[in-house]
Design a protein around this ligand. Structure first.
Ligand SMILES: Nc1ncnc2c1ncn2[C@@H]1O[C@H](COP(=O)(O)OP(=O)(O)O)[C@@H](O)[C@H]1O
Ligand SMILES: [Mg+2]
Length: 273
């Protein structure tokens, strides 16, 4: 039985759901002989906070980069905000916000100047830009730090500023790749309040995290393992599905199976010699 079947996931219909903000059909990405993402089929609804979990190297960032039309899929298809990532990349990039694992803030620009810079890149001008910057600063609590240099902010405030910059153009779909890695618990909690506020206004958010308290705050979760989607559902569904007590237990169990498979295939290879 495949891992996917073992996790009880159906492959899903061949056409995207009408209310899907992100839709992937048998998405695949290879780098030479390495298969980074294999047969990824999933659908994220508008306004959903969707968590992608998995050990390092399981294909989360690669999947996100395909959704952001920054990497061309090797096979399969995906739509984001109704646009095909393969043929409408330009349009997709205008409709998304992407906070990468190393978001490019400018250390020598102030908080306000960083937001101003990204707003300009995203094509906001004049009074629209000024109004949007004021709203963002207020929403993310950045007003008191407006004149502070980006480089002097703590990790938590840097991530808030990065979120402001990535959402300057009010994208309907937002991709956050480990946005709170290395950030203190209080700042992480504040960050998640902002995420839920954005989602309640209709923004669709796909977020990756290694923090299980954050995973529990997602509407639904996708577990990735070596490029494959191996479990999908609400935090309650996945914990129930595996008969375990918490999302953390599921994560650890899946990682254990993953490592076991690697050991088994290593032994088989050694045995075949
Ligand atoms: N540009 C690239 N060239 C070659 N291999 C890559 C590239 N990007 C990612 N990979 C490989 O693809 C796999 C999945 O990586 P990634 O998507 O970054 O995983 P994750 O985000 O889950 O840690 C890893 O084995 C990684 O080394
Ligand atoms: Mg990654």
């Amino acid at each position: 039985m495949s891992a996917l079947a073992g996790a009880g996931i159906a492959a899903g219909p061949a056409t995207p759901a009408a209310d899907a903000a992100i839709d992937a059909r048998a998405l695949r990405k290879t780098f030479g002989s390495l298969v980074a993402v294999e047969g990824l089929t999933l659908s994220v609804k508008k306004g959903e906070v969707f968590g992608m979990l998995g050990p390092n190297g399981s294909g989360k960032t690669t999947a996100i980069r395909m959704f952001c039309a920054l990497l061309a899929p090797s096979a399969g298809a995906a739509t984001v905000a109704g646009c095909d990532v393969g043929t409408q990349g330009e349009k997709v990039r205008r409709l998304i916000g992407y906070m990468s694992q190393r978001y490019g803030l400018y250390d020598d620009l102030t908080v306000e100047e960083n937001i101003n810079f990204y707003s300009a890149i995203y094509g906001l001008y004049g009074s629209d830009r000024a109004a949007r910057i004021a709203t963002l600063m207020a929403e993310l609590g950045l007003e008191d730090r407006a004149k502070q240099l980006g480089g002097t902010l703590s990790g938590g405030w840097k991530q808030r500023l990065a979120l402001a910059c990535a959402t300057a153009h009010e994208p309907p779909v937002l991709f956050l790749d480990e946005p709170t890695a290395g950030v203190d618990p209080a700042s992480r909690r504040r960050f998640w309040v902002s995420i839920h506020e954005m989602a309640s206004r209709g923004t669709t958010i796909l977020v990756t995290t290694h923090y299980m308290d954050e995973a529990a705050r997602c509407d639904r979760l996708a577990f990735m393992s070596r490029g494959h989607l191996i479990a999908l559902g609400t935090p309650e569904e996945v914990t129930h599905q595996f008969g375990l007590a918490s999302v953390e237990d599921v994560f650890i169990e899946l990682q254990r199976r993953d490592e076991q498979r690697l050991t088994d295939s290593g032994q088989r290879t050694a045995g075949a010699r």
